[in-house]
Design a protein around this ligand. Structure first.
Ligand SMILES: [Zn+2]
Length: 399
């Protein structure tokens, strides 16, 4: 049994507790959470200066791309990024790709991350995932904009899923065959993914660039040029006159929860459309923001105030080392706090914990500090405790 105290405990499920304590069992189960009182003997308490909160949930990562750390140019724009990643990734050997995975996972653990929504296009991460160091939901990503390839790519996803289940057979592993992005999702592929999902959760990159919206509105611009140069036939697709989010929500169905990732160019109208769609379908929509990756690639952030105003369920993702300098949820919320100082710490931590836990179906055990849960604990140091703001010095560490 351990008793942990902090200047502020953030249970997330209720208001922050000044001079709070959390009592945990040897396996991390929370036995009690309360204000510090004279009943607690100081010698039995581990005190942390700053904040203690639940373990972080990283809803969007590509662990298999960890080998690309430092290899891709910053601020090249989405189409520049895609071009560069396609040209560079063939220059690495399998051993090099695999060698980068364990250290990247360890970094997430040290940073207080306890569960990850991870994208896999290949089997590189499966052995590491089988060790059970973190909870993973693996999104086996399938993509091809050419309609007649739909069956082939979904079959490939299913083979990959069997491989993962075999390699990580000792742990319960959640998986979904999932789309990549609207511009790599043909209508037949969306139908097959919907059929395969059987009420499971799905994830898709959404509105990561202005070029993506332009492609859907008018079938023109840098995304169209990229297809033309790569010799990919887009004659089956007609401009929709609407942002790409409409295409996603009109084509995907039969999922229980869908995570829309990035949303850098999502407008208020898009969010209102998404809300109206949720009301008519029972499908829950979640939004993952990866601010450091957005700055790395497009040098632009989503307008969080609009997401808050439209009651969007925001979650936090690190994306991958292809477009980030760290795999740290705290680093992501520091970036948001820098650019949007009016957003309160409790709100940022809600995005970083319970919202992600709810998306991954872990809300009964993770995401808040409540009796009986085993959510993991994170110590955040280096805050300005007068204003309750994160500072440049703020750091997160697993307790
Ligand atoms: Zn991504």
């Amino acid at each position: 049994m351990r008793t942990i105290s902090a200047d502020y405990i953030f249970p997330i499920s209720s208001a922050p507790i000044k001079n709070g304590i959390v009592i945990i069992d040897n396996d991390g189960t929370i036995l009690d959470i309360e204000e510090l009182s004279i009943n607690h003997q100081p010698s039995t308490i581990n005190h942390y200066n700053g904040v203690v909160c639940p373990g972080f949930i990283n809803t969007h990562c590509h662990l298999e791309l960890s080998y690309l750390k430092g290899h891709l140019s910053e601020k090249a724009g989405m189409t520049g990024f895609i071009r560069e990643i396609m040209s560079k990734r063939d220059g690495f050997r399998r051993e090099e790709i695999i060698a980068a995975i364990a250290p990247a996972e360890q970094e997430m653990i040290n940073e207080g991350i306890v569960a990850v929504g991870d994208i896999s296009n290949d089997d590189f991460t499966f052995e590491q995932k089988g060790k059970g160091n973190l909870i993973y939901h693996t999104f086996l990503e399938v993509f091809d904009f050419t309609p007649h390839n739909a069956e082939k790519v979904v079959s490939k996803g299913k083979i990959l899923r069997e491989l993962l289940q075999r390699q990580a057979s000792n742990i319960k592993h959640q998986t979904s065959i999932s789309p990549h992005a609207p511009y790599t999702l043909s209508a037949p592929l969306a139908r097959l993914i919907s059929q395969a999902s059987e009420g499971n959760i799905l994830s898709i990159h959404n509105q990561e660039s202005a070029a993506e919206n332009e492609f859907f509105i008018s079938k023109s611009g840098p995304m169209k040029e990229l297809y033309d140069k790569a010799g990919i036939n887009t004659s089956h697709f007609d401009a929709t006159g609407k942002n790409s989010l409409h295409y996603i929500l009109e084509n995907l169905s039969d999922f229980s929860k869908l995570l829309l990732v990035h949303n850098t160019y999502t407008s208020r109208e898009d969010l209102q459309y998404a809300n109206s769609k949720q009301q008519t379908t029972n499908n829950k929509l979640f939004w993952a923001t990866c601010p450091n990756a957005n700055l790395y690639i497009e040098n632009k952030l989503p307008d969080y105030n609009t997401f808050i105003a439209e009651n969007a369920r925001l979650t936090i993702g690190t994306d991958s080392y292809a477009s980030n300098h760290a795999l740290s949820i705290l680093s992501e919320i520091k970036t948001i706090s820098n650019h949007f100082p009016a957003i309160e710490l409790n709100t940022l931590l809600t995005w970083a914990t319970i919202n992600g836990a709810e998306f991954l179906g872990l809300e009964k055990s993770h995401g808040t500090l409540e009796k009986g849960k085993r959510p993991g604990l994170v110590h955040i140091s280096g805050l300005d405790l007068n204003t309750m703001r994160l500072t440049e010095k703020s750091k997160a560490k697993k307790i």
